[in-house]
Design a protein around this ligand. Structure first.
Ligand code: PDD
Length: 282
């Protein structure tokens, strides 16, 4: 596998980052995961916009030309790794670079670390049809979940706790409301109305989330961006997860109880179909 690191394309085994890298020492960085379909990046512009906002949020300074070079580098990685047919993902991480360990920012001339890789990806069609089981869990993350930082420890612990409990995903609960999953946004459907947590500092502004809302608008499906309360969860007609590597996955079991019929709902299936079509056109 060929990856990109700080201006060079190298074999993954030869890509080396300093042990003083602030990404390693502090989790001081931003990342993105972009879907690739038949060699084409899916929705690259919103990913780049979110990346720029994230870098700004962390005050990691990169030049405009460096930011502009990311998409061409991603495209070159797709070519070099022969990922021009089928599904794949691009992983991108930018950290504040390597420097002597101090909590404050390093000297102004410290070079940021830019790493990108491309990998084949297989959408899990079985899960998309059958749905997944979830457990609710306290959302113990910090209050800037809108920034896609590499600080993913609460997300890692949540996913492992879910797997240890024999289920697929965590449903995070903050202040009595469903925020999101550990690596996906969450939607509910009740009486034909689509519900999801509003865009605040408590969730990631998911690119797939935005696309679902756009598709709902086009389909005249009413949208209510008000949090699904924990007490309302089991009363939802449908629930689903959305994300770049999630696509749209129905949640059919919560805390060991079936949601409704325990089967994928109609609205969920409709969004899956719309997403498939959108990807096919990308
Ligand atoms: N995760 N919420 C969280 C906490 C996420 O980590 C992600 C994505 C999403 C969905 O966002 P998007 O639709 O832009 O992928 C929501 C990525 C894919 C990951 O960590 O692998």
């Amino acid at each position: 596998m060929v990856v990109y690191l700080n201006g060079e394309f190298v074999k993954k085994a030869d890509a080396k980052v300093s042990v003083d890298d602030r990404g390693f020492v502090f989790g001081d960085g931003i990342y993105e995961v972009i879907r690739v379909v038949d060699g084409h990046l899916f929705l690259p512009d919103p990913h780049m916009k979110r990346l720029a906002i994230g870098l700004d949020g962390l005050a990691i300074r990169i030049t405009g030309s460096m930011l502009d070079s990311i998409i061409p580098i991603a495209e070159e990685l797709i070519e070099k790794n022969e990922l021009t047919s089928g599904h794949a993902t691009i992983y991108l991480q930018i950290t504040r670079g390597h420097a002597v360990r101090t909590h404050e920012f390093p000297p102004i001339d410290t070079k940021v670390t830019i790493y990108m890789s491309a990998a084949a990806f297989t959408p899990n069609l079985g899960i998309q049809e059958q749905g997944v089981a979830a457990i609710t869990m306290a959302d113990i993350r910090w209050t800037r979940c809108d920034l896609k930082t590499v600080n993913l420890l609460p997300n890692v612990l949540a996913k492992q706790r879910a797997l240890d409990a024999g289920v697929f995903t965590a449903i995070f609960i903050r202040d009595g409301a469903v925020t999101e999953g550990q690596n996906s946004n969450i939607f509910g459907v009740k009486n034909g109305v689509l519900r999801t947590y509003p865009l605040t500092n408590y969730i990631l502004p998911g690119i797939t989330r935005a696309l679902v809302l756009e598709m709902a608008d086009k389909e005249d499906i009413p949208i209510d961006q008000s949090p699904i309360l924990e007490s309302e969860l089991m009363e939802m007609d449908e629930l689903f997860l959305s994300g770049t590597t999630t696509d749209i996955q129905p949640i059919v079991t919560i805390n060991r109880s079936s949601l409704g019929t325990g089967l994928r709902g109609e609205v969920t299936e409709r969004f899956q179909e719309l997403l498939r079509r959108k990807m096919a056109k990308a």
